[in-house]
Design a protein around this ligand. Structure first.
Ligand code: C2O
Ligand code: CU
Length: 548
């Protein structure tokens, strides 16, 4: 079946946390419209860019795009941006049921609020290996009051101006900024619409439940910066899926979700029915300066306005990495439902992510190359063998051996580039992502790494420097979870394996919006000879003109 949508994308004023600002949205909705489809369906989205001065693209995060790599929606990798006034039609198949989402993938448009849910359900003749009575979607994110244009300029400025910690955390696009945090000098807070004594709360998102019933929560994080810790007050959750793949069910009271990841969890409304409860998100992995994001679990028939009298749920302390790692290691594929990985790999990459400086600009780099877009999309450069677009010298498979991951880079320099790692079709690839010290002594950040066009088996995590002769022995080749986004922890490494069976050019990048914008990404290409003909509507920019 075809699932059709018609979207007009434009700027709009919105106040999701009670403070009004400019956002980008489809059809005047924030979050943008949810897409519902059944496994095997074809999704057709006709997008008209109504923004007068800015191109847009949509990326369908977690969808393979087998046979349609040109509709993956990564600006300048898989297509030219959709110019103001233009209409573009995405058409692709959703081949696996699960909880997904989509988002803008040009500049920092995701941070401007351009995203929505993409829910793929099973056809009637297939059954989930768990049961529930109802379901709710929870799209999570962090939120800034400054426009993305000021944020982008700040990141590119000398001296560097960081976007800072978010002002609010939102659940299904709702939150509440704490106006008492505004500096006193701020006369009548701009657009601080409903955030005043007479209405101390913007209406939080409500999750209605019938006592005694079991619910499936489809949780997804499109956060720009923060690792989020999700809690259901007083309720135990059973984790059943991660990034659209079944895991061996296990129980938690809170869970860490990194930007780009999804979890499906079950919970039963089995608490005191005279009350409502909080669903909450807190920042982890960075010293939090942002108040808890809250939604209400409404025990019917209590009114939604019956707010819990308890204080906001508390998450594990932000720098307790051991707890995060422990949760990450509990995620194992459900046997019989997910395939195990191939036993051997054909090629191994070790990719070192570092913070660097180029001509005074703060940048992130992968094996010392800081990614910048070329005006000619990578997929077109590969398909039409256009020279001078991607770096002629292949990027290095390994970082410099002498690199000390425990100290700031010295010298802190990298080069700009548009690298492409090229693989043969069906190569089995191992990727080790190595973390390191930033330019600040004794600081190493968390990075959620996301691969387009694929899922990968997460084979293992380790502390310190990856050791190629010792560490592979510890890889889990029995029941590693399949995912599309995995976190690398401070001063650690993560290893994954995937099969390069999807001809195309696929971004592999840190899903922190500012990190990717500052160069923390690269492109994996495979089966170049098998890349299908590129639709005309995806071309037109850079050196693709003569191939129109
Ligand atoms: Cu959701 Cu390239 O990202
Ligand atoms: Cu990062």
């Amino acid at each position: 079946t075809m699932v059709r949508h018609n979207w007009t994308v434009d700027y709009m004023f919105s106040a999701p946390d009670c403070v009004e600002k400019l956002i980008i949205a489809a059809n005047g909705q924030y979050p943008s419209p949810p897409i519902f489809a059944v496994e095997g369906d074809t999704i057709v989205i006709e997008v008209t860019n109504h923004i007068p001065t800015e191109g847009i693209v949509f990326h369908w995060h977690g969808i393979y795009q087998k046979g349609t790599p040109y509709y993956d929606g990564a600006a300048y990798v898989s297509q030219c941006p959709i110019n103001p006034g233009e209409t573009f039609t995405y058409k692709f198949k959703v081949d696996r049921a699960g909880t997904y989402f989509y988002h803008g993938h040009f500049g920092m448009q995701r941070s401007a609020g351009l995203y929505g849910s993409l829910i793929v359900t099973l056809p009637d003749h297939k059954k989930e290996p768990f049961s529930y009575d109802g379901e709710h979607r929870l799209l999570l994110n962090d939120w800034w009051h400054k426009s993305i244009y000021e944020q982008e300029l700040g990141l590119n400025s000398v001296p560097f101006r960081f976007v800072g910690e978010p002002q609010s955390l939102l659940i299904e696009g709702r939150g509440k900024y704490n106006c008492s945090l505004l500096p006193e000098s701020t006369a009548s807070p701009p657009g601080c619409l409903t955030c005043n004594a007479s209405s101390p709360w913007c209406a939080p998102h409500v999750i209605p439940v019938t006592p005694g019933e079991t619910y499936r929560l489809r949780i997804a994080s499109v956060a720009s910066l923060s690792t989020l810790n999700f809690i259901l007050e007083n309720h135990k959750m059973t984790v059943v899926m991660a990034d659209g793949h079944y895991v061996k069910p296990f129980d938690v009271y809170n869970l860490d979700i990194y930007s780009g990841q999804t979890y499906d969890v079950l919970f039963t409304a089995n608490q005191d029915t005279s009350k409502n409860y909080w669903a909450a998100i807190n920042v982890r992995g960075r010293n939090p300066l942002t108040p808890t994001g809250l939604a209400v679990i409404q025990y019917l028939p209590n009114p939604a306005t019956l707010l819990p009298t308890t204080s906001a749920p508390v998450s594990p302390v932000w720098n307790d990495t051991a707890t995060s790692l422990n949760f990450a290691k509990k995620l194992l594929a459900k046997p019989g439902y997910e395939p195990p990985p191939p036993k051997k790999c054909d090629r191994t990459l070790v990719l070192l992510g570092t913070q660097n400086e180029i001509n005074g600009n703060v940048k992130w780099a992968v094996n010392n190359i800081s990614y910048v877009h070329n005006a000619t999309p990578t997929i077109a450069a590969l398909k039409y063998k256009i020279k001078g677009v991607n770096n002629p010298v292949p990027p290095p498979d390994f970082p410099a051996e002498s690199y000390n991951i425990f100290a700031p880079p010295s010298p802190p320099s990298a080069t700009y580039g548009t690298p492409v790692y090229v693989f043969e079709k069906d190569d089995i690839v191992d990727v080790i992502v190595q973390n390191a010290n930033t330019m600040t002594p004794n600081v190493s950040e968390i990075h959620p790494w996301h691969l387009h066009g694929h899922d990968f088996w997460v084979l293992g995590y380790g502390d310190g420097l990856y050791n190629a002769s010792r560490d592979p022995a510890s890889f889990n080749l029995v029941d590693p979870p399949l995912r599309n986004t995995v976190a690398v922890f401070p001063y650690g490494w993560v290893a994954f394996r995937y099969v390069a069976d999807n001809p195309g050019a696929w971004p592999f990048h840190c899903h922190v919006e500012s990190h990717f914008h500052m160069g923390m990404g690269t492109v994996f290409a495979e089966g170049v000879r098998h890349i299908p003909k590129l639709p005309l509507q995806t071309l037109g920019c850079g050196l693709t003109k003569k191939h129109l």
